[in-house]
Design a protein around this ligand. Structure first.
Ligand code: NAD
Ligand code: ZN
Length: 363
């Protein structure tokens, strides 16, 4: 088992990573200091696969536990679901001494985390992520949120978990498409911060895609280390944390123009990273070999690097809309070499257009 510490002063917390380490959960619950009832929050896909085992573990440690399962799917990550959870917490007798355990993917983590942040002005929560996205990204960093009809993740709070338990054996039941999409974020971590991680992803795609848990451990650990370091430096995203948005300016827009149905998040990010690669070349920061190397790695994981039906106009409009909604400038995170990124706010519309044009057809 590997332990990584997210250093945030009094909000610091450990991330435990390993195969079959779920048994550590009661100890983490103890360490949180919460003495009351535990709400085990999950979704309707994860509950039948893993819910009973986790609930039994919590009860076996002598704690009261109520399981609250939300319908699976991004469309249920909304305020009405938070209100429903809070009703279930109250009915089960949770009070300020209570604790939420979030068992599931990013949808569960974000929704449960926000419910924990809002309930009685905040109770602790433990993240037990079960998807790649959640194990390498969403469970670490304390961003919790639900969607609004007018925008994703608009209603939210920074609420750090009291610990994160990453048992990689949960991945055995994860659908392949979800696995591949999550790996886009791992490739991203390599591009933004660690050429060695990127090279590992290039060399080990076969083992990773067959869910060899030994092969998966290093990229999960490195991803958590990279994310933990970025979050420790910039908890509330004033600067460095934006590195994690590599591929996301383009990717979010692609998700929006495809109505969030055509691509999983990681798939849109994969195309977005390829667009960011073309933009970096356009800006003279990297040469063709960077673009083709990144694309080949994305491709090796069965992820898309292009979208033939992409409308450059619509995607650009979505990027501007996103910028307006978040009151920011249009900022692009671009690589100047493998393993390092810089922020550019001076990108011309014609340059962004050419980068998008390049992912209409290119590999
Ligand atoms: P998800 O939570 O929807 O999970 C994907 C699917 O896999 C769901 O159908 C789920 O029920 C199922 N599933 C989960 N674990 C499983 C398992 N072990 N076996 C079988 N099925 C399983 O999606 P996700 O990709 O994990 O997360 C995406 C969400 O995360 C988005 O809402 C996104 O906004 C959010 N996110 C948040 C952050 C953050 O910093 N808070 C970062 C990245 C993404
Ligand atoms: Zn992402």
């Amino acid at each position: 088992m590997k332990t990584i510490h997210v250093e945030l002063g009094e909000r610091s917390y450990p991330i435990l990573i390993g195969q079959g380490i779920l048994a550590e959960l009661p100890a983490l619950i103890e360490q949180s200091g919460a003495r009351g009832t535990i709400a085990l929050v999950t979704d309707t896909n994860v509950a039948p696969l893993h819910g009973a085992r986790v609930e039994a573990l919590i009860r076996g440690a002598g704690r009261r536990c109520v399981t609250c399962a939300m319908p699976a799917g991004e469309e249920h990550k909304r305020l009405a679901q938070v209100e429903s959870f809070i009703g279930q917490f109250l009915e089960a007798g949770l009070d300020r001494a209570g604790l939420v355990v979030a068992l599931g993917g990013g949808v569960v983590g974000d929704t449960a985390g926000y419910a924990a942040a809002a309930f009685m002005r905040g109770i602790p929560f433990v993240q037990v992520p079960t998807t790649i996205v959640a194990q390498v990204d969403s469970s670490v960093g304390g961003k919790t949120a639900v969607n609004h009809a007018l925008g994703k993740n608009i209603i939210g709070a920074f609420h750090q978990p009291s610990s994160v338990l990453i048992d990689t054996t949960f991945l055995r039941t994860l659908p392949d498409r979800e696995l591949r999409a999550g790996l886009a974020e791992v490739i991203k971590h390599g591009v933004i911060a660690d050429e060695k991680l990127f090279a590992y992803m290039e060399s080990n795609s076969a083992a990773i895609l067959r869910k060899d848990l030994d092969a998966l451990e290093y990229p999960i650990v490195r991803s958590c280390e990279i994310k933990a370091a970025v979050v420790a430096e910039d908890e509330h995203e004033h600067g460095a944390r934006a590195d994690l948005n590599y591929g996301h300016t383009f990717g979010h827009a692609i998700e929006a123009v495809s109505n969030y149905t055509r691509f999983l998040h990681g798939e849109a990010i994969a195309i977005g990273m390829n667009a960011a690669g073309h933009l970096a070349r356009e800006l003279g920061l990297v040469d063709d070999s960077f673009v083709s190397r990144q694309a080949a790695c994305i491709w090796a994981y069965g992820l898309p690097t292009a979208w033939e039906e992409l409308s450059v106009d619509a995607t650009l409009a979505a990027m501007k809309h996103d910028k307006k909604a978040r009151a920011g400038t249009l900022k692009f995170i671009v690589a100047d070499r493998m393993g390092h990124v810089i922020h550019r706010t001076d990108v011309g519309e014609d340059q962004a257009r050419r980068a998008l044009g390049a992912v209409q057809a290119s590999r």
